[in-house]
Each structure stands twice: as C-alpha cells, then as structure tokens.
Write a protein that binds this ligand. Structure first.
Ligand code: SAM
Ligand code: SF4
Length: 472
C-alpha cells in the first residue's frame, strides 16, 4: 500500500445549534488509515463535529497513526509535541482541545503513549472507532485507553456519510472489505495491530458501494491488508471470493472502475484472475508485493512462496490481461540478506518489469520474530541497496510511462489541474494525467491522447476516438 500522510478533506459547513465543534484528523500510513479517518469523521458528524484542515481551530485533534516502520511510529511522537503546543496556545484563548491517538501505534503501544506523551486524552485502536462519541465523553473526565477487539463490528455501527460529503471526498473512493492478517510474515506488525483476518459480508459491501455510486463516485478501490484473501459471506450463505465480489460490484450502475489493494501472491485465486480478463470495470493494475527475489530470504520472511511461484502468478495474470501494470513492495536489508540475495531481488525486478513500486529498508519492529534475528544488516548497506533498487525501479517506471506517449487511454477526471484550463485524472494504469482542455466535468471518463511525459504526470489532449489498450 502507498504511504502518504495527509489530513482528511476540507472543512464542511457547520450543523446543529450554536458554534460547530471542529475536528482535525491527520492520517499516517496506508490507504486503510485514510478510509478509517473518513469513518471517524462520519462517526462524529452526528455529534455536531465538522472537519477543519487547521489544527489550531480544532476542538478535537486525531492522529491516525501507522506502526509499520519505526520512522512512521516516531513521527507520531514528534507531531504530538506540536499538537500540545497548539493546545497551550488555544488554552490561552480560553479554548479546550482534546488529543486523540488512533490507529496502529495506539493499538500496539496503548497506555505507553500516555506515559511518553502526557496530555493525550484518548488512545483508541482501529477496531474502536464506532465508539468514539462515548469515548470522547469519557476522556473529558480522565485519559482513556481503548485497544480491545470488540465483539460488535465497527462497520455495522458506523454511520453513513451524507452524499454531498461523499462526493466532496472525490469521485474515486476507498471501501474497506477486509481487515487483519493471518499470514505472520516475520517482519510485520499487522497481524498484531489489526488482528486476525475478517471479511465484511457481501451485502454490506454492495450497500456501501451503491451509496458511493449514487453520490457520484465513479471508481472504487477495495481495501484490505490482505484484500485478495477476502471471503465474506454472500447472500447465498456461502463465502464469496474477491473475484466473485468484483462481478457483483461491476454490475452497480455508475461504478465504472474497480481496483483493489493490497494482495498477497498466495491468494491470487483463479476467479480473481478471470475477473481481470472479463470485467471492463476491473482496471489493468495489480499491486502484488513480493518483498524479495531471494528464496532464502522469502523463506526467512515466512512469505510461503518462492520467486518462481511469484513469477507463475504474474504469468497467469498477464495471460488473462496482457496489458496489466504491475507494482510491488520491496524490503531491502532483511536480517541475513547477503549481496547475492539482493542480486536475486534485482534480477527479479528485471525479469518482471514494474510500472511502479514501493521500497523500504527493513525496520525491526518490537515483538516480531525478525527483530530477534542476529544477522541485522548494517544501515549503510541497507541505504546502498535501497538506492540501487530505487534507481532500477525509477528506470522501469519511466520506461512504462514513456510507452504510453502517443497512445490514447481513458482518463477518469478527478480534479482541476495545476494550471487554469487544465483538469487532472488517472489512466487505467494509475498514471496521473493532466489534460489541457477546459470544461471537462469532474467524474467524466474521457479518451486522452498522451502527448508527453513529465516528472510526476503524463500530459495529453482530448482524443476524438475511443481508447486502446497498451500492449504488454
Ligand atoms: N499485506 C501486504 C503484503 O503482504 O505485502 C502489505 C502490507 S504492509 C502494511 C505494507 C508494506 O510495508 C509491506 O508490503 C512491506 O513491504 C512493508 N513493511 C512491513 N513491515 C516492514 C518492516 N518491518 N520493515 C520495512 N518494511 C516493512
Ligand atoms: Fe504483513 Fe505479511 Fe500480513 Fe502483508 S501478508 S500484512 S506483510 S503479515
């Protein structure tokens, strides 16, 4: 999944009597946190809270945290220093501020956060967001830590946002269908912070997707820590696979594009591969993390697949959808990784060819098996390997984008462009595209001939005819 820190949306108009209470939510880490942040805003909307992008204006500040790497977790503590300074300034103006730490750091560190950052009012793990109104009331009296995995589902208890709020968030929306992970890769905290694998029932997913589409959303990205392990209960009483769910979603009027992330190679079942072949709404893009190209390291990571098995999955997917754009996550410097192991990873990159990817230095996480391994790789070696890997990935990304120039692709228009008279959107291959053409409506899907490649975007002009697929 992508790593991006952001605060959610823009301030909405106030509701209820008197001055509206203001809520500021900052999201760290993956798209699942972005989705959760939106759900927290929805949970507090009936209590009269409206969102603000200005922390100094907020009665409640929520940091929705990420624990995946040490750097991500430490960021939270430095941000808490700034939040407390803002609270002091507000107190001088006679305003109270509640500080909430949510997300995976909250789940992993619980009460330790209150010790390291006195002044935090509420620590709440990812499964407790539907209880936010009650927890904030309690936190007005004393600091509260809520890191249980409650029996009731937060999804059933979370209120749905108003249609205009949905559309204000964009024509491309996230929808969490699966949470948690049973894979226990030896480097990863997710099975501990997000708990065991669970899937939302098909009817709940379809209802939420219909609400999104009715509000004007055109593209839905299904989210899960292990999204392709989805096995939600269907209306027929049986567990549905992600492929089957995709077929039902593709029939919803208004849903033009479907994506999903993040997938595990072991769960790339045939029904999902066939959905890529059969459904026009399934975008030709697959984020399938491999982490390493060395069988020895893959085994030490407990990934439960080899490099050949990964390549066989890619071959199956490419046979079904030859133009599919591939992306992956890579970890360099896993304990015991030798220069030869790293070369295996570089060779795998060359063999597969990725359109984009995320890459990280291994970060030992307390409580995970790999953190206990003796042969930790020196920081300087990790840095050197990361640079080499990222240079190769950048060359592959540039080559992939260059291959789009001169072709015509469908672009979903998502927002005004950087300059007047431009609009910006995404190609089927998740490339950012700027279109030099005023007057195209947000939410339209238009054929665009790509004219040139910029640093972060492609540029194009409206094409007369329909689009064509890229060749593999
Ligand atoms: N479930 C997904 C999978 O199996 O690939 C990934 C979920 S994880 C939130 C996102 C990425 O963070 C992983 O794919 C991995 O590359 C990276 N990651 C996880 N733990 C890490 C660690 N301890 N050090 C460095 N990177 C890590
Ligand atoms: Fe973490 Fe592995 Fe589960 Fe992905 S599959 S969330 S990397 S334990």
């Amino acid at each position: 999944m992508t790593s991006k820190d952001e605060s959610t949306g823009a301030a909405a108009p106030g509701s209820g009597s008197g001055e509206a209470k203001k809520l500021y939510v900052r999201s760290y880490g993956c798209q699942m946190n972005v989705y959760d942040s939106q759900r927290m805003v929805d949970a507090l909307a009936p209590e009269g809270y409206v969102e603000t992008t200005d922390m100094a204006d907020a009665d409640v500040v929520v940091l929705n945290t990420c624990h995946i790497r040490e750097k991500a977790a430490e960021k939270v503590y430095s941000e808490l220093g700034r939040v407390r300074a803002t609270r002091r300034e507000r107190a001088e103006r006679g305003r109270e501020t509640r500080i909430v730490v949510a997300g995976c750091v909250a789940q992993a560190e619980g009460g330790e956060i209150l010790r390291r950052a006195p002044g935090v009012d509420l620590v709440v793990g990812p499964q407790g967001y539907h209880r936010l109104p009650r927890l904030l009331d309690e936190a007005a009296r004393r600091p509260v830590v809520e890191t249980e995995f409650p029996v009731e589902s937060k999804f059933d208890a979370l209120p749905a946002p108003r249609p205009e709020k949905v559309l204000a968030r964009g024509v491309s929306a996230f929808l969490t269908v699966q949470e948690g992970c049973d894979k226990f890769c030896t480097f990863c905290v997710v099975p501990y912070t997000r708990g065991a694998e669970t899937s939302r029932p098909v009817s709940a997913v379809l209802d939420e997707a219909r609400r999104l589409a009715a509000a004007g959303v055109r593209e839905i990205t299904l989210l899960g820590q292990n999204v392709n392990a989805y096995h939600g209960e269907g209306p027929d009483g049986r567990d549905w696979t992600l492929g089957r769910l995709m077929r039902a979603l593709a029939e919803i009027e208004g849903v033009a594009r479907l994506r999903y992330t993040t997938s595990h190679p072991l769960d790339m079942e045939q029904e999902l591969v066939e959905a890529h072949r059969d459904l026009a709404a399934m975008m030709p893009y697959l984020h399938l993390p491999v982490q390493s190209g060395s069988d020895r390291i893959l085994a030490a990571m407990n990934r439960r697949h080899t490099r050949d098995a990964y390549r066989a999955v890619i071959d199956r997917v490419r046979a079904a959808r030859p133009d599919i754009a591939l992306s992956s996550d890579f970890i360099v410097g896993f304990p015991g990784e030798t220069a030869a192991d790293f070369e295996d990873t570089m060779r795998l990159l060359e063999e597969v060819g990725f359109a984009s990817s995320f890459s990280f230095k291994y970060s030992p996480r307390p409580g995970t098996p790999a953190a206990e391994l003796g042969a930790q790789v020196p920081e300087a070696v990790k840095t050197e390997r990361l640079h080499a890997l990222q240079a190769l990935l950048a060359r592959q990304q540039t080559a992939f984008n260059a291959a789009t120039v001169g072709r015509t692709v469908d672009v979903l228009v998502e927002r005004p462009g950087r300059h007047a008279g431009q609009v910006a959107g995404k190609s089927p291959y998740l490339q950012a595209v700027q279109i030099d053409e005023p007057g195209i409506a947000i939410g339209d899907i238009v054929p665009v001939t790509i004219t040139r490649q910029g640093t972060n975007s492609l540029f194009g002009r409206l094409a007369g005819a329909g689009s064509e697929r890229l060749s593999a």
